[in-house]
Design a protein around this ligand. Structure first.
Ligand code: ITT
Length: 196
């Protein structure tokens, strides 16, 4: 199958490409189909993933995968959630990480629970859609650790792994991550013939 991955986030693209590899599909990016994506106005990850995938499938004429994801911090009432990519109106990953640490100032280690959520939607040009969701529980550290990954990875501690996402290889992160879980569900559904 020919599939468009409709994300402008290079960190996400790398992980999606890696996770889809077992299916042997031919992958395209928004560099191959340079139309402007719609604003993300949905109230949920599901709303936004559907919006992006359906729009891009229509524009490109190709089956299209979109990922809407984000970080939900319990002590902040679920912030930044669907606003993760523009938290505090900050424009870079580093600025958003600094902002998150400021918001959590004074919150003790035991009360810094968070979870990452990823919703993947595979939309076809005729309107048919599949949706896969993955979640990973963790904690927000008081200072960044690790050099790899993207976004909030250096602050996201995974207790069962004993490291942050930014201290993991791509493969290792996928084994624990919200996106890895959603991708494995997608790959299984297609392998078993449960999806189109
Ligand atoms: P596209 O909409 O073009 O796919 P985006 O970065 O704007 O790219 P989202 O609206 O879904 O995507 O925002 C998700 C944000 O959540 C992302 O920019 C990161 O800041 C954060 N995020 C999501 N998954 C992450 C991960 O695995 N590691 C670290 N941060 C992540």
């Amino acid at each position: 199958m020919h599939l468009l991955i409709a994300t402008s986030n290079p960190g996400k693209f790398r992980e999606l490409k890696e996770g889809l590899a077992p299916l042997g599909w031919t992958l395209f990016s928004l560099l191959d189909y340079p139309f402007k994506m719609p604003p993300e106005e949905g109230a949920t990850f599901e709303d936004n993933a559907v919006l992006k995938a359906a729009y891009a499938a229509k524009q490109s004429g190709l089956p299209t995968l979109a990922d809407d994801s984000g970080l939900e911090v319990a002590a902040l009432g679920g912030e930044p959630g669907v606003y993760s990519a523009r938290y505090g109106n900050k424009t870079t990953d580093v600025e958003r990480n600094v902002y998150l640490l400021e918001r959590l100032k004074g919150v003790p280690p035991g009360a810094r629970k968070a979870r990452f959520v990823a919703v993947l939607v595979l939309a076809y040009p005729d309107g048919y859609m599949e949706l896969y969701r993955g979640e990973t529980e963790g904690e927000i550290l008081e200072a960044p650790r690790g050099e790899w990954g993207f976004g909030y990875d250096p602050l996201f501690w995974v207790p069962e792994a004993g490291k942050t996402f930014a201290e993991m290889t791509l493969e290792e992160k996928a084994s624990y991550s919200h996106r890895g879980k959603a991708l494995r569900a997608l790959v299984e559904a297609h392998r078993l013939g449960l999806a189109r």
